[in-house]
Design a protein around this ligand. Structure first.
Ligand code: SF4
Length: 474
């Protein structure tokens, strides 16, 4: 039998020492204050960012910080930012403005900023000029350095800025505090090489690099041993997984390895670029026992002209072919998508094609956005911008079409019995869970159900959630 490569452990002795030193420092500061030190993290953007925040929480809790109920009470406030749309950036500037007043009252409070926003030079210049009260600024490539940066800030009392323009190594074994004990996200790769003309991600997250499959398998095994039953594999373009690795493996090969892990019940992944979605993967989706019938396939536009200008490398015909193949391989599959409205130069005819494809594809979920120019991307330099009122009007029409389809898909589930992972208890006191196809559901039950996959009958269908009745909990 071929020997499996053992995962390389990258958490160095120096790093362990920094964590130990920080633990000591934090406990001394806590003694002086006569209370534990508190942290508060706000995360903007995608699942990738949420997962990075789990690592930041892991570092903070390892060195002795505890979660604060309110941001104002925290000793360190951290924003993990998103650069995909201008709206998310403006929210962060608004929060930083507010924190300036809090810091006047509590000058010892530390403010840290990381994530995609800080990787942009234009943002960094603005932060250095106007937001001098931010104590630590770091980027997407050195999340794992947070402990060192915090130590430097605590020791010197100076503002610490450390932004790298590219990734250096994939650091394994960072401490992680996960949001949910039953489901977990696992990075399989970082960065993106695609340079879609509207997207800032390749500039702020760097080029693609995959984690060795042995590291991914080891992490998933460990999570399953801790009681996790559902794994979400994360990557900007999971279909390119394996490129650049020494081992000969692709994404389907990785899925095959994960499928064999005993105790793992559900496997999901995102995101898949339509241009790289292979027949091999679709075939595996059809036979896998663990992959959930859910697929996120970002369409972005239904117009071939716009798709070309977006640098997407597929046509609406190819996209629809993929949708048909996925549904043939797995008739119960729920397909979700991303659609951008108001891309520069989008004509009424282009938009009509987007509407038509959205209607034909009958998406189970669609994340729709009005185009937001991102400085540094090719599309942002275009002068043929679409007026706001035109984009908004088109957006309204698109929303109507996609929401009608989503509602139709929800209604089709009525009276069926579906396996549901009971994930948590909602504010309404009901159990909150997810169907295999990722539909959100609420039903009556108690905490003993949490972490179990139970049978639930669908009794009410709303557009974005379902209500159910517990049928059997094994
Ligand atoms: S595939 Fe395109 S949209 Fe997705 S992260 Fe890469 S550049 Fe951005």
């Amino acid at each position: 039998m071929k020997e499996e490569k053992q995962p390389e452990r990258m958490l160095s002795a120096d790093y362990q020492k920094t964590l130990a030193d920080l633990r000591l420092k934090v406990s001394q500061m806590a003694k002086q204050k006569d209370r534990p030190l508190l942290y508060h993290i706000t995360t903007y953007g995608c699942l990738m960012n949420e997962h990075d925040s789990e690592k930041l929480r892991g570092i903070l809790e390892t060195i002795g910080y505890q979660p604060a109920a309110k941001e104002d009470e925290a000793d360190i406030v951290l924003y993990n930012t998103c650069a995909i749309r201008d709206g998310a950036e403006q929210k962060v500037y608004g929060r930083l403005g507010y924190l300036k007043t809090v810091k006047r009252r509590r000058p010892e409070m530390l403010i840290a900023l990381c994530g995609c926003m800080t990787q942009q030079k234009i943002v960094l210049d603005k932060l250095q000029k106007t937001y001098r009260h931010v104590d630590i600024i770091f980027g997407t490539h050195n999340i794992y350095m947070f402990a060192e940066l915090l130590m430097a800030c605590l020791e010197t009392g100076e503002q610490i800025i450390d932004i790298w323009d590219k990734h250096q190594e994939i650091v394994e074994d960072l401490p992680i505090i996960r949001d949910n004990p039953y489901k977990a996200s696992v990075n399989i790769m970082y960065g993106c090489n695609n340079f879609c003309s509207f997207c800032i991600v390749p500039y702020v997250r760097g080029r693609e690099r995959s984690r060795p499959s042995a590291d991914v398998v080891a992490e998933v095994r460990e999570l399953v041993a801790q009681g996790v039953v559902e794994i979400m594999l994360l990557g900007q373009n999971v279909n390119s997984y394996g490129h650049g690795l020494e081992e000969d493996i692709n994404f389907t090969g990785l899925l095959r390895k994960l499928e064999e892990i005993d105790g793992l019940k559900r496997l999901r992944f995102m995101t898949s670029h339509p241009k790289d979605l292979s027949d091999e993967l679709i075939e595996f989706i059809g036979i896998s026992q663990k992959l959930c019938p859910q697929f996120h396939l970002p369409m972005q536009s239904g117009s071939n002209k716009v798709l070309k200008e977006m640098n997407r490398h597929y046509s609406q015909e190819h996209f629809m072919e993929l949708v048909a193949k996925l549904r043939k391989a797995r008739p119960d599959i729920a397909i979700s998508t991303d659609i951008i409205v108001g891309f520069p130069g989008e004509t009424e005819e282009d938009f009509a094609q987007t509407l038509e494809v959205a209607e034909k594809a009958e998406f189970d979920m669609a994340y729709t956005f009005i185009y937001s120019p991102r400085t540094g991307t090719r599309a942002a330099a275009r002068e043929d911008k679409i007026p706001d009122e035109v984009s908004k009007e088109r957006f309204g029409r698109l929303l109507k079409v996609v929401n009608q389809n989503i509602h139709k898909k929800s209604v089709a589930l009525l009276d069926t019995i579906q396996p549901v992972l009971a994930e948590g208890i909602g504010e309404n006191g009901k159990i909150r869970g997810r169907l295999n196809n990722n539909h959100l559901i609420h039903f009556d039950g108690d905490a003993s159900l949490l972490g179990k996959i139970v049978d639930v009958k669908i009794v009410k269908a709303r557009t974005f959630y379902l209500m159910g009745e517990l049928v059997n909990h094994g």
